[in-house]
Design a protein around this ligand. Structure first.
Ligand code: PLP
Length: 385
């Protein structure tokens, strides 16, 4: 859900704030890295990693992105339906049955099977068009793409078709954000050899691209003609290896207001299962967001929330729509209590001198920031600030 006007907390005391200037700032860094003549593809799949695909696309294009990338045809169609005209690449070959929708909406597919390429050519030709496509090369991730040795035979098999036009050739690195560089080097070498072979066979590979965020930041030699910029545009790191190499501004904050407060007697349990028992004399504040909003239940009793400048322990099981927080006693150490209904809580973001980053949740959950951001972006209302 998106809201452009400012109505934070009007109907629900939990929401997401997206800092538009942070996205523009991060994107401009990619622009600089891509260099003169190099293109930037803003990756807005999965509703722009939970940040809102339409809004992020507009911000990124304004800040200098040349193209957009999605994971599914429907994501591209949605962007077209709100009037976004920039080139859109679908990052994997979709089902053959989606071709009419794809062609009608000028969404450029990734191709790695001959059947798809021919069907695309037929559909485009029937409309009097020539459909651009990008060829994916499998240099080692073993997810999608033709094998390096098959690239030239593949092009020879389909290039006769007047309904299709090779617009780009790309690969994807499996270990761009891993400390060890060995596998990255092997993939890069295989990719360079494949591009050389394509050129030697007389084909123009068009836009050559390989680098997602971490490869863009770490390896200038992997930037080629275009970089595919996802996680870093949102101001997040996919692992620690890029942290010291670039300064980014996280765009997403998650906020709430205290919806209820009580001070249960010593030994009283809190939430489903009563795994937490209060020592007494401590305020327990309720926040109206839960695992239905992306606050992973696996974080129960393990994470923190900022309220009135205090770092508070989340206690008891996270519920679907609510969770509870322990308010430190009003002592010289914590002079900010007690809290009241309506006080602002920061689940992700800054409050006073305190900051809780998405990385903190990702580390506790043993996952990447991408996944955490996507979940917060689903049910909570988003406000662009
Ligand atoms: C998701 C994706 C990207 C973006 O990766 P980030 O690490 O978020 O920058 C780039 N390329 C491909 C093929 C992808 O699937």
């Amino acid at each position: 859900m998106d809201e452009s006007t400012d109505g934070r907390g009007l109907t629900r005391w939990a929401w997401v704030e997206i800092d538009s200037s942070a996205i523009a700032y991060n994107l401009r860094k990619a622009r600089n890295m891509a260099g003169r003549g190099g293109q930037v593809m803003a990756v807005v799949k999965a509703d722009a990693y939970g940040h809102g695909a339409e809004q992020v696309s507009r911000i990124a294009l304004k800040a200098g992105a040349d193209r957009l990338a999605v994971a599914m045809v429907a994501e591209g169609v949605k962007l077209r339906s709100v009037g976004i005209a920039a080139p859109i690449l679908c990052l994997a070959e979709p089902p053959i049955t989606s071709i009419p929708l794809l062609v009608d909406n000028r969404i450029t597919p990734t191709v790695d099977t001959v059947d798809f390429a021919i069907a695309l050519g037929e559909a485009a030709d029937a409309r009097g068009q020539v459909a651009p496509y990008h060829l994916a090369i499998n240099t080692g991730m073993n997810r999608i793409g033709v094998m390096p040795v098959d690239a030239v035979p593949f092009l020879r098999a389909i290039d006769f078709h007047r309904g299709i036009q090779l617009e780009g050739v790309f690969t994807h690195f499996a270990t761009a954000d891993c400390p060890e560089e060995w596998d990255f080097r092997i993939q890069l070498r295989r990719f360079n050899e494949t591009i050389d072979a394509i050129r030697a066979a007389g084909f123009n590979p068009g836009i050559v691209h390989a680098a997602s965020s971490p490869a863009t930041i770490r390896y200038p030699e992997a930037r080629f003609d275009m970089v595919r910029y996802g996680i870093s545009m949102y101001g997040l790191h996919s692992s620690d290896v890029t942290r010291s190499l670039i300064e980014l501004r996280p765009a997403m904050s998650v906020k709430a207001r205290v919806s209820f407060v009580k001070t249960p007697a010593t030994g009283e349990g809190v939430s489903y299962g009563m795994h937490y028992r209060t020592p007494g004399g401590i305020q327990i504040a309720t926040l109206p967001l839960g695992y239905g909003d992306g606050m992973a239940r696996a974080l129960s009793g393990r994470c923190h929330v900022l309220i009135n400048g205090m770092r508070c322990n989340q206690v008891g099981n996270v519920c679907m729509d609510q969770m509870m927080v322990e308010i430190p006693g009003n002592s010289p150490l914590h002079p900010h209590g007690p809290v009241e209904i309506g006080d602002e809580a920061v689940i992700i973001g800054r409050q006073g001198d305190g900051e809780i980053m998405l990385d903190e949740h990702a580390d506790l959950l043993g996952t990447v920031t991408h996944e955490v951001a996507i979940h917060f972006g689903q049910r909570l209302q988003r406000f662009y600030v």
